[in-house]
Design a protein around this ligand. Structure first.
Ligand code: ADE
Ligand code: ZN
Length: 349
């Protein structure tokens, strides 16, 4: 029995590795691995409040979103030069490529850097150079999402948007992240209206720690077309009906939810339930350096804990394309490719 289970799991893990996927919920600052954090601290002569990489890792014991964010913003202090942002982004793209991610839509948090004196141009140009190289080297396509920090004021959002205006041709959308509780979507209604006037799509974190009402407000007040997390939507049946009917994507991050205590164990995570309800859910890594895994690690953890079938895994890979900002033609090409790989995988049984 054990051998049988291990074999089945091994086969499903192979399928996860073989399927092309996108990642749609990834904070580039959350990919800063402890090794790179220490290397950049040394390069830039920044003192970290940890004696070693092990001591830093030991501090990754979060009890909620805020306890993580405090560490995440402190860690970003080592990022100072264009090369630092390039190195950070390139390290992530190599991992994404290893996981068979063929398209990624990444967040960056400009205010985390501009408010400590790093010019917007430095941040943008370092990230952009790495994204362009991944496209040239592997055909790994990407979109860049400018995310506002919701614990700051709406006026501070307008101020940083002003700094981004010369670079708008390289920005593909806007997002909203950071401390959710007490910072409802309504706080950013005017800012998101301005973003939509720029003709760029908007997304927002909602229903991670905050209530289902924040998901509704993100949809209705901010006019977003995709929700980041959204797991607490399940608390409102009417909202679930709307999300299913309109096929509004939810970019779910299972390992993140466990590490930030949104759910106690992976067995309790509602991902499979959401999939079965017909919600357009996708699997993403959020801040993989802090939460213990990249996209394939998230797929594997869900497969094991929630008994996902090969059909579930294939549906999740397909959803990642359907929910992306790729063209309809590119989506169709990738969905056909997924079906072909699935058929070949079944035959190899
Ligand atoms: N910023 C980085 N990760 C985040 C998360 N999981 N929720 C809100 N803001 C974030
Ligand atoms: Zn996030």
């Amino acid at each position: 029995m054990t051998t049988q289970c291990t074999n089945t799991q091994h086969r499903l893990y192979q399928l996860i590795g073989q399927l092309p996927k996108t990642e749609l919920h990834l904070h580039i600052e959350g990919t800063l691995e402890p090794e790179l954090m220490f290397a950049l601290a040394q390069r830039n002569q920044v003192t970290l409040p940890y004696a070693s990489i092990d001591e830093l890792r030991a501090a990754y014991d979060f009890h909620n979103l805020q306890s993580f964010l405090d560490l995440y913003y402190a860690g970003a202090a080592v990022l100072l030069t264009e090369q630092d942002f390039y190195d950070l982004t390139w390290a992530y793209l190599q991992k994404a490529h290893d996981d068979n991610i063929v398209h990624t839509e990444i967040f960056f948090d400009p205010q985390t850097h501009t408010l400590r004196g790093v010019p917007f141009a430095i941040v943008y140009q370092g990230i952009r150079r790495a994204l362009d190289e991944a496209q040239a080297q592997w055909g790994l396509s990407s979109r860049l999402i400018f995310s506002f920090l919701r614990h700051l004021t709406e006026q501070e959002g307008f101020d940083v948007l002003e700094q981004a205006m010369p670079f708008l041709q390289g920005i593909d959308g806007f997002g909203l992240d950071s401390s959710e509780k007490g910072h409802p979507p309504a706080k950013f209604e005017r800012l998101f209206k301005r973003c939509q006037e720029l003709n760029l799509p908007c997304v927002a974190h909602a229903g991670e720690e905050g209530p289902a009402a924040y998901v509704m407000d993100a949809l209705h007040l901010l006019n977003v077309k995709r929700i980041d997390h959204g797991v607490r939507s399940l608390e409102n049946a009417e909202l679930v009906r709307q999300l299913v009917a309109e096929q509004i994507p939810l970019t779910v991050c299972p390992l993140s939810n466990i590490r930030l205590k949104v759910f106690t164990t992976m067995q309790e995570h509602p991902l499979k339930q959401m999939l079965d309800m017909g919600l357009l859910v996708t699997i993403n890594s959020d801040d993989p350096a802090y939460f213990g895994g990249y996209v394939n690690d998230n797929f594997k953890a869900c497969t094991t804990a929630l008994n996902l079938s090969d059909q579930d895994i294939v549906q999740l890979a397909k959803n990642s394309f359907i929910a992306s900002w790729l063209s309809d033609a590119e989506k169709a090409r990738q969905l056909a490719e997924i079906d072909q790989i699935w058929q070949a995988w079944k035959l190899a049984d």
